[in-house]
Design a protein around this ligand. Structure first.
Ligand SMILES: [Zn+2]
Length: 49
């Protein structure tokens, strides 16, 4: 089982694979960058199990 993790860009509303949009700068800093429009958002909320 390999669930597809997708995120929707709040700017262009396009879906992208999470692996391609999320960059972990450190243990706590996470940056979302949309590959479509270049939208960047830092410190996004992540759901931790
Ligand atoms: Zn976008």
């Amino acid at each position: 089982m390999n669930p597809e993790l997708e995120v929707v860009c709040p700017a262009c509303h396009k879906k992208s694979e999470l692996e391609h949009t999320i960059t972990a700068q450190s243990n706590q800093n996470i940056i979302f960058v949309c590959p479509h429009c270049g939208y960047e958002k830092r410190n996004i909320e992540t759901s931790k199990g």
